[in-house]
Design a binder for this molecule. Structure first.
Ligand code: DQA
Length: 138
């Protein structure tokens, strides 16, 4: 299966950003292990801090890939543009969050992406991404 993980703003800082919330591991270290564990799948990774670049990537892969694992980070709670892109494409999107957004500030409780996601995985740390990947494989 051809799956892409798309990460939004500030997720390039994992491992040195609010470690009490997001943990100590860098995404690259986690992703390397994930790729090894699921070596028979084609799993790729894209990160951007820029809303339009995330939309471009969603459009680019959204008719070719089998699945998108999307952590739009802060844009989850603000971006109608990303929500519209998720709605427009054919590839199913699983929304993930590292932290339990529902146990945090109220502004994190709203997701513009969830209504058009295949499913949502929230609060399992970096394991959220693996659970999302497994959801495409079953
Ligand atoms: C996040 C939660 C968002 O509220 C926050 O803005 C992030 C990361 C998460 O994975 O827990 O940057 O998407």
């Amino acid at each position: 299966m051809k799956i892409i993980i798309i990460n939004g703003p500030n997720l390039n800082l994992l491992g040195r950003r609010e470690n009490n919330i997001y943990g100590n591991e860098t995404f690259n270290d986690f992703f390397e292990k994930l790729q090894k564990k699921y070596a028979n799948q084609e799993v790729s990774y894209f990160q951007s801090n820029i809303e339009g670049e995330l939309i471009d990537k969603i459009q680019e892969v959204g008719y070719k890939y089998d699945g998108i694992i999307l952590n739009a980070a802060a844009y989850t709670h603000t971006s109608i543009g990303i929500a519209d892109a998720v709605k427009a494409i054919e590839t199913p999107v699983v929304e993930v969050h590292i932290s339990n957004t529902f146990s945090r500030e109220t502004f994190r409780h709203k997701s513009y992406i969830s209504p058009n996601a295949k499913g949502v995985i929230v609060g399992f740390g970096l394991q959220s991404y693996e659970l999302a990947l497994q959801s495409f494989l079953t």
